[in-house]
Design a protein around this ligand. Structure first.
Ligand code: HEM
Ligand SMILES: *[C@@H]1O[C@H](CO)[C@@H](O)[C@H](O)[C@H]1NC(C)=O
Ligand SMILES: *[C@@H]1O[C@H](CO)[C@@H](O)[C@H](O)[C@H]1NC(C)=O
Length: 535
């Protein structure tokens, strides 16, 4: 009897010793990460602290102040780092570190897209299929993009502003958050599917607002699946889901919406009597993707890195990819335009300067008195307007639509980050929120000050430093593929508005508070502005 007691005691002591070693001594003292300053005393032992910070939406301000206190590389969990200097950012993001499973929530219809694909080789193969249609040179010379933009701006967008001006008796203005979200959806959906097969959110306020509600649910509940996937799955199985059923339902409904767009697209392509699509209805991204996949299958077949992930089921792969573009392209650019119009509405003088610059375009976007829509400006000329570029860039700096952490993982062989040797499989992330508030590069970082980017106000060296630090679109191989599309579309929309109208704040309650999360939205998700025609 006594002997078996000894055995139990010894086993318990051994287990206790092992656990102490594994969960306390190793992480705190022996792990190579032990040298990295801890953001919180518990960070070496447990994820509880950082999970809590994320749960209560205080990640941005917490990491910002912790980096200021402890330097550019900090440990936020047993196997998790946060970085905040350009050297480390270069190591991780330009170094092609792969994405962790955190991005799996961005798989659509159960299959990966380029954004969620994890292995580097698979990602590059996907990117090769479509990146050309998002390049600056392609966009600037695309007759389809020009025709589609023109139709959306002059047939859908400006009439809404004009209508609001006509109603001088309604001083409460119009909700530009919702209207910008609609405009950016219509732009990206037209470029992907063609104007006719794309979306008309500008024309359908009720559906658009329903869509935005669904999208909010999708965004708000990503936390559980991303940060505690096992627990979340387990609870779902048990029938006590961590995120409410309606949030899963919202996701499903959004998926079905995009699925229908893709099916409609296929039917249109297969139809025998299909009229030759003019530039307006050319599905630029859809065509590039479908023909890219077909070529890949014919050329490499089962030897392709995309076999079977993308090549086994075209329908699903195409829908998954395009659903991602539609969502990524809408919210980000819509947010930027909301914040930009809010900032501009605070200064009529700045609006006047901007208008003078916009009218210097030839052709410009001034609306003639007889109501005929003007020509579209030359994309290159539009892109090179310094003031327009400065106001957009400063908005992306202070109100980055993706201010939150963009996690990657260190390669199996380990690596060096700053002065530290880091083992493989460690989660590491930078965030635009903190990079964009480095006072040595952006003095008074909380001020919205477009002159930081103006060649006439800032020396070339400083501007170069700022451009290097600018991280709204991320950097490296996984940086935003839609950055040129987004810049062009936002500049066009701003030019269309401010060539002929002034904007005035009516109700901006909640704009000051941009949400802390992967994406950052104004607290109340609305912004009421009033427009006046310039005479
Ligand atoms: C102001 C507008 C936009 C901003 C600020 C923005 C920002 C970003 C950022 C920060 C990333 C990297 C995210 C990460 O790794 O966690 C990203 C990736 C991506 N964005 Fe954007 N984006 C914008 C507009 C668009 C548009 C219009 C599209 C339309 C196609 C788009 C499509 C994508 C895609 C497909 C990726 C994944 C790229 C890859 O993994 O290779 N984005 N974007
Ligand atoms: C548009 O604005 C310009 C000034 O930017 C003005 O000259 C023109 O008359 C306006 N057009 C209309 C239709 O109001
Ligand atoms: C960052 O955090 C601060 C303080 O919690 C909050 O006021 C702000 O809105 C957040 N901004 C973003 C972009 O996450």
């Amino acid at each position: 009897m006594a002997q078996s007691h000894d055995w139990v005691g010894a086993a318990a002591a051994a287990i206790a010793a092992f656990l102490t070693y594994r969960y306390i001594i190793y992480p705190a003292v022996l792990s190579p990460l032990a040298r990295v300053p801890s953001a919180h005393w518990s960070a070496p032992f447990s994820r509880v602290w950082i999970l809590w910070i994320r749960f209560v939406h205080r990640e941005n301000s917490t990491l910002h102040s912790t980096h200021r206190r402890l330097g550019p590389v900090i440990r936020v969990g047993p196997s998790e780092l946060s970085i905040n200097d350009l050297d480390s950012v270069r190591t991780v993001y330009q170094g092609g570190f792969e994405k962790p499973a955190w991005y799996s929530v961005f798989d659509n219809y159960g299959v990966p897209c380029m954004f969620s694909a994890r292995p580097g080789a698979e990602h590059s193969a996907r990117k090769r299929l479509i990146s050309h249609v998002y390049s600056k040179s392609y966009l600037q010379s695309s007759t389809a993009a020009a025709a589609q933009s023109r139709a959306i701006l002059y047939d859908r967008f400006l009439p809404i502003l004009e209508d609001s001006v006509a109603k001088t008796q309604t001083p409460h203005g119009i909700d530009m958050y919702s209207i910008f979200m609609a405009a950016t959806m219509d732009f990206i959906a037209a470029y992907i599917f063609g104007l006719g097969n794309g979306a008309n959110f500008l024309g359908d306020k009720a559906y658009r607002e329903h869509f935005l509600e669904l999208y909010k649910a999708r965004n708000d509940y990503g936390y559980y699946d991303q940060e505690m996937p096992w627990l979340t799955k387990f609870c779902r199985k048990l029938g006590v889901p961590l995120c409410p059923k309606w949030a899963d339902g919202a996701n499903k409904e959004l998926g079905e919406w995009c699925w229908r767009l893709c099916v409609k697209m296929e039917d249109a392509q297969e139809s025998e009597c299909r009229p030759h699509a003019g530039p307006l209805d050319q599905p630029i991204v859809w065509s590039a993707l479908v023909s890219g996949l077909r070529n890949e299958k014919a050329k490499r077949g089962q030897a392709s890195v995309l076999y079977p992930t993308a090549l086994s089921n075209f329908k699903l792969s195409v829908a998954s990819e395009l659903f991602d573009h539609v969502l990524a392209g809408q919210e980000t650019a819509g947010l930027t335009l909301t914040y930009l119009s809010w900032r501009l509405s605070q200064s009529l003088e700045l609006q006047a300067q901007l208008r003078a610059e916009l009218l210097s375009l030839s052709p410009n976007m001034r609306l003639p008195k007889d109501g005929t829509p003007p020509a579209m400006p030359d994309p290159k000329q539009l892109d090179s307007l310094p003031l327009l570029h400065a106001v957009v860039t400063e908005t992306l700096r202070l109100h980055a639509p993706i201010p939150g952490a963009q996690p990657r993982q260190t390669p199996d062989s380990g690596c060096r980050i700053g002065p530290y040797a880091v083992p493989g499989g460690v989660r590491v992330a930078a965030l635009a929120y903190t990079l964009h508030r480095d006072e040595t590069i952006f003095p008074d970082p909380e001020e919205w000050d477009h002159t930081r980017w103006l060649p006439s106000c800032v020396g070339e060296e400083d501007r170069k430093r700022r451009n290097r630090q600018f991280w709204a679109f991320s950097s490296g191989g996984r940086m935003c593929i839609g950055s040129n599309f987004a810049m062009h579309e936002m500049k066009l929309i701003v030019a269309a508005i401010y060539s002929n109208y002034t904007s005035h704040t009516v109700d901006d309650d909640g704009m000051e508070k941009q949400s802390d999360g992967y994406t950052g939205r104004p607290e109340n998700e609305r912004l009421f502005l009033r427009f006046e025609r310039v005479v």
